[in-house]
Design a protein around this ligand. Structure first.
Ligand SMILES: C[S@@+](CC[C@H](N)C(=O)[O-])C[C@H]1O[C@@H](n2cnc3c(N)ncnc32)[C@H](O)[C@@H]1O
Length: 279
């Protein structure tokens, strides 16, 4: 028989060389098997696992050891304090995308009835976060992937968010309106030859959600080219981008006639969000 403490120690050891976060992975996966909180693991270190629990835990640790992201193993990821379902059909929502959500909430805080288009919604992370914070807003969430939209719809249903419509289609082709207050997107922005695509958790995520041409700018360029046709005067375009794309995105927005260009940095001080207004 194995105790909680022994199982965690063993798992941490097994994940040492394959995961950048062995301790937290071991803890999250054991909570998943035991269906408990992390405080339970701390409170009951000597509690014994049943044979079935031990076997299931070992199987999950083995999956993680082979590189599968923890969120794809558990099938869930927290974003903006909403627990979202994720599968390998969607990008695992990232903390930096919460900066985009914060920006939208601040920029439109005086508009109780904002119309927003979330392009490339994936798991529905951005749309669900905005919808949960502002029930009076209406969000149109799009994606080319039918599988992603099915997950996003489930997430909205789970959290009882009724102010989101989901539409399948290529960027603006999915949209019916020309009077959005904000077009928001975390589009694919990784350069096609970027070695990161072959490393770590990213290897398991859908390529369509990640790579965007030689400089990683193809999708941001496509969105910036057409966004003004779908925004009210003064409406916002806000996108997430790579750590080294701030100048490219700034120039792209300026070239497409956007004004009041502003950039928001992540916790390390690197600009990861660019937003601007239609004149
Ligand atoms: C980086 S992921 C972002 C997912 C989600 N918004 C998030 O922040 O976690 C980009 C998403 O854009 C979608 N996508 C890629 N090309 C697209 C296109 N041409 N039109 C609409 N969506 C697209 C992908 O399927 C993927 O779900």
């Amino acid at each position: 028989m194995t105790t909680i403490s022994q199982a965690l120690t063993q798992a941490r050891h097994q994940l040492q060389t394959s995961s950048p976060s062995p301790a937290s992975d071991a803890s999250i996966l054991l909570c998943h098997v035991l269906d408990c909180s992390s405080s339970h693991l701390i409170a009951w270190p000597d509690k014994q696992l049943s044979d079935d629990q031990s076997q299931r835990y070992n199987a999950l640790i083995e999956e993680r050891r082979k590189g599968k992201p923890v969120a794809y193993i558990t099938g869930e990821k927290e974003f903006w304090s909403l627990l979202l379902k994720v599968t390998p059909a969607v990008l695992i929502p990232r903390p930096e995308t919460e900066i985009l959500v914060e920006f939208a909430l601040e920029a439109l805080k005086h508009n109780p009835k904002a119309e927003i288009a979330d392009l490339g919604t994936g798991s529905g992370a951005i749309a669900c976060a905005l919808a949960s914070e502002q029930p009076g807003w209406h969000i149109t969430a799009t994606d080319t992937s039918a599988e992603a939209l099915a997950i996003a719809r489930q997430n909205a249903e789970t959290h009882q968010l009724h102010n989101i419509d989901f539409v399948q289609g290529h960027w603006f082709e999915a949209l019916q309106r020309e009077d959005y207050d904000m077009v928001i997107s975390n589009p694919p922005y990784v350069a096609a030859e970027d070695p990161h695509l072959g490393q770590g958790d990213v290897r398991f995520e859908p390529d369509d959600a990640l790579s965007a041409g030689i400089q990683g700018m193809d999708d941001i360029e496509a969105i910036a080219r057409e966004a003004a046709d779908h925004l009210v005067a003064g409406g916002w375009l806000a996108v997430e981008h790579g750590y080294d794309q701030q100048q490219l995105v700034h120039d792209c927005f300026a070239r497409n006639g956007f004004v009041d260009i502003t950039q928001q940095a992540d916790l390390s001080g690197t600009p990861r969000i660019t937003a601007a207004r239609k004149r």
